[in-house]
Design a protein around this ligand. Structure first.
Ligand code: NAD
Length: 252
């Protein structure tokens, strides 16, 4: 039980890697798992499914771009479960939907959801963690697109994920003395996001795979286990780190 007694909130928890993380956290004995998303039907269904295993899971509607929504979600989590120990800022949108890689509206939306959403989560999540005085762990989902560029996605995706990588390190520097660790996770080629456009295309995926030494896409659980490590006390001296889960894509 690697997360015994911990209260965790996962944004974008209704789908993909967020859902896999919520399920894994519950299996690893988290005291409570709060699934937060804008997909209410899927989020409620996931929380109900997790509860069937005997674990405590709830769903909260949270648009990560809404600061008042963040305040309410954190307040509710603390009121219901007595604190917050682990925050996974996972919600995000794809950079492969817009045809025009310099579309201005897409730039603003990518920055709003992928970067500002993480900023707001850290702002209110870390404040709540400091109040409890318990060790805290924040895990921010960046991407290999926060480390290297791609020729086929909107530059705003790289910008937003690069921002996540660096605000993670800044927060790690600022909150080390508070006992709060902040790390980023950088998945490579995974199952397509709900908002994927070009990157969901089988021909594009086959082309991308040529650059992946392991020669296959990753599975959502392979990212969830990386997040689990950073969430757990096993990572008690790990902060400001970027954990790449990409089958070697950025190693070559
Ligand atoms: P997904 O589309 O399956 O899940 C993303 C979740 O975020 C969805 O449940 C969605 O409803 C939620 N979300 C979107 N906007 C939101 C908002 N404003 N407020 C709250 N929730 C919102 O995608 P995924 O593959 O599970 O991606 C999870 C994270 O991993 C994202 O940050 C993504 O950028 C990153 N990532 C994905 C891949 C990939 O290939 N799938 C690769 C690297 C990084």
């Amino acid at each position: 039980m690697r997360l015994k007694d911990k209260v965790a909130l996962v944004t974008g928890g209704a789908s993909g890697m967020g859902a896999a993380t919520a399920r894994l956290f519950a299996r690893e004995g988290a005291r409570a798992v709060v699934v937060a998303d804008i997909l209410d039907r899927e989020g409620e269904a996931l929380a109900a499914d997790i509860r069937k295993t005997g674990a405590a899971a709830t769903y909260l509607h949270l648009d990560v771009t809404d600061e008042a929504g963040w305040q309410a979600a954190i307040a509710r989590t603390v009121a219901d479960h007595g604190g917050l120990d682990v925050l996974v800022n996972n919600a995000g949108i794809s950079g492969s939907a817009a045809e025009d890689l310099y579309d201005t509206a897409a730039w603003h939306r990518l920055m709003e959801v992928n970067a500002t959403g993480v900023f707001l989560g850290m702002k209110h999540g870390i404040a709540a963690m400091k109040k409890t005085g318990r060790p805290g762990s924040v895990i921010n989902l960046s991407s290999i697109s926060g480390i290297v560029g791609q020729g086929y996605i909107h530059v705003g995706y790289n910008a937003s994920k690069g921002a996540v990588r660096l605000i993670t390190k800044a927060a790690a520097a600022q909150h080390g003395k508070d006992g709060i660790r902040v790390n980023s996770v950088h998945p490579g080629l995974m199952p397509p996001m709900r908002t994927s456009g070009r990157t969901a295309d089988p021909a594009q995926r086959a082309e991308t795979l040529k650059g992946v030494p392991m020669g296959r896409a990753g599975d959502v659980d392979e990212v969830a286990y990386a997040i689990l490590f950073l969430a757990s006390d096993e990572a008690s001296y790990v902060t400001g780190a970027e954990l790449v889960v990409d089958g070697g894509w950025t190693a070559v």
